[in-house]
Design a binder for this molecule. Structure first.
Ligand code: ADP
Length: 241
């Protein structure tokens, strides 16, 4: 199953991507994480991307397309994957489709998170994570139970992303409206787009997403067997945009 998580910075895509990925046992591919890794290891790509990311602009299509192309060719992606932060432009979406068509595959579900901008800005400004185990926190909504100590691994090495400040966030939101939102009609036309309320609690969102994924899986399974299940289709497509 190939799933795209779609939404502005700070909408919760990353959190949900790791929950779903571990539930359905497919890799979580985040272009943001891959680029940050490249910046950290000072690879050629990392050196090109660093200042662009710090300013809140989009890295060039060529770079991210080639990263994704390499990654989805790996063995662990054979049963599907979850894309988080890719595609972000129309040409990335079209390139993704051509890569998949070569393997007789296609994007199965695009899950859109809707959230308003003010909430996004405070979510992003407040977020930080454990530099050792990666667990996420937030100044406003989720502080460690013991001040300065990670709940999960006991480390006191907390980190904040360089691009998580008000000025850069505003730029990232502008890039989202200008370059990424135009992808919605593209996926709507393909009838794979499903919208959820990104403001709901983490558990509520992940339950809704898992329910949808299971229904979708069953629908496809019945379809493969040549059985058309009208009720299931109605339930499934009720919330399609
Ligand atoms: P967020 O969703 O919070 O903006 P990400 O971790 O997805 O964070 O991305 C961080 C930065 O990495 C982006 O602002 C952009 O510079 C770069 N980036 C990530 N994915 C892409 C992409 N598909 N196309 C272009 N740039 C990207």
């Amino acid at each position: 199953m190939i799933i795209v998580l779609f939404g502005p910075p700070g909408c919760g895509k990353g959190t949900q991507a790791s929950i779903i990925a571990s539930n359905i046992n497919v890799p979580h591919l985040s272009t943001g994480d891959m680029l940050r890794e490249a910046v950290k290891s000072k690879t050629e790509t990392g050196l090109k991307a660093a200042s662009i990311m710090e300013e809140g602009n989009l890295v060039s299509d060529d770079i991210v397309i080639s990263i994704i192309n390499d990654r989805i060719g790996k063995n662990d992606c054979r049963n599907g994957f979850i894309l988080d932060g890719f595609p972000r432009t129309l040409s990335q979406a079209e390139e993704l489709d051509s890569m998949l068509i070569e393997e007789k595959l296609k994007v199965d579900l695009v899950l859109e998170f809707s959230v308003n901008d003010e909430v996004l800005i405070s979510r992003i400004e407040g977020r930080f994570s454990c530099g050792d185990c990666g667990l996420g926190y937030n100044d406003y909504t989720k502080l460690p139970l013991k001040e300065g100590i990670c709940d999960q691994c006991g480390s006191s090495n907390f980190i904040r992303r360089k691009d998580d400040n008000r000025e850069t966030v505003t730029k990232r939101l502008e890039a989202y409206s200008k370059d990424t939102l135009p992808l919605l009609p593209y996926y709507r036309e393909k009838q794979v787009l499903y919208s959820i309320d990104g403001l709901a609690d983490i558990d509520v969102v992940s339950n809704e997403l898992m329910t949808l994924i299971k229904k979708w899986d069953r629908y496809r399974w019945l379809e493969c067997k040549g059985e058309y299940n009208r009720d299931l289709r109605t339930i499934l497509f009720k919330k399609w945009k």
